[in-house]
Design a protein around this ligand. Structure first.
Ligand SMILES: [Zn+2]
Length: 307
């Protein structure tokens, strides 16, 4: 969807609300008081009313937009920007583009969208052949350190550890366009506090399907993979062979770093996962084209807000 299509589909607040409602009706509304799924729509209030108990539910309530006082159209515009470009956007840039006077609600909206994307990806496990390695992403550790001028490599910046998993399917016969013997599938990136064998085993267990094959170097962090129902193929990998032996995991790491560095300076470690969620979500749906907007919208509608 290009900008002109977007504007003609969503010229005003009501057109956004109607689309949101259309998706909510598909997903189904459930009453927060009695759990009933039967509702009638009260048009002049823009609310659902539970047929059983009379409890009213607003359009936003119980979805990713729950509690946000920003107009639907702001959410739609931001979802359009996120899904129609390869870029990421800082909250400050979005705030400027929307001409909104407060930073915080815009920041919250972006982080909520990234949470929605992360939750969506969590629903699937990676399968087949997977390359796995760690990436070290630059983050800023504390407010105190942020205040100091950055000294290169002197500890004012911190490296956050990220476990990166990439489906990397062998291509039989010919090589792919980029000359690789393997084709890339889905990717996943998870921020970890440490690289202990037990920690990484748990993450692999949660994120990778049984019977998959995992290719790694021979680091001690991976020694517990043997306890899992997967095939682990650790190899001694000389530094100059990394790009050949684990091609896609390193491309994924450097692409993610470049994108994050370009847009989000001074990333605090607690928000790194949020940016990675967005990167992976979009990467995993890189062939969706115009459908990506609707997919993200439906993910927002189906998102269960527990507040
Ligand atoms: Zn009810």
């Amino acid at each position: 969807m290009n900008l002109l299509n977007f504007i003609s589909q969503f010229p005003d607040e009501d057109s956004c609300k109607l689309r949101f409602k259309e998706f909510r009706d598909q997903v189904g509304v459930s009453c927060s008081k009695c759990d009933s799924k039967e509702h009638r729509w009260i048009q002049n209030k823009w609310q659902y009313e539970c047929v059983k108990c009379g409890n009213r539910t607003t359009l936003k309530s119980g979805t990713a937009l729950h509690g946000s006082r920003l107009p639907f159209r702001y959410w739609f515009i931001v979802m359009h920007l996120i899904t129609s470009t390869k870029k990421s956007f800082s909250a400050l840039e979005i705030q400027r583009q929307l001409g909104h006077n407060r930073y915080e609600p815009v920041w919250l909206m972006l982080h909520k969208l990234r949470e929605v994307m992360g939750k969506r990806d969590e629903e699937y496990q990676l399968t087949d052949v997977i390359e796995l390695d760690e990436g070290f992403f630059s983050t800023i550790s504390t407010d105190e350190e942020k205040a100091k001028p950055l000294k290169r490599g002197r500890g004012s910046q911190k490296k956050s550890k990220v476990l990166v998993m990439v489906e990397s399917i062998p291509v039989e016969g010919e090589k792919t366009k980029k000359g690789k013997q393997r084709k890339v599938g889905h990717i996943r990136m998870i921020v970890v506090n440490d690289l202990k064998a037990e920690t990484l085993k748990k993450i692999v267990e949660e994120n990778i399907a049984l019977k998959s094959i995992i290719d790694t170097d021979n680091s001690n962090s991976y020694t517990k993979f043997k306890d899992l129902d997967i095939e682990h193929r650790p190899k001694i990998i000389p530094k100059d062979k990394v790009n050949e032996m684990l091609p896609w995991v390193h491309i994924a790491i450097s692409n993610a770093k470049r994108l994050l560095l370009d847009i989000h300076h001074d990333i605090e470690p607690q928000y790194l996962q949020s940016y990675l969620n967005e990167f992976c979500y979009k990467y995993n749906r890189r062939y969706f084209g115009d459908k990506l907007f609707d997919r993200l919208l439906i993910a927002c509608v189906s998102y269960k807000n527990n507040n």
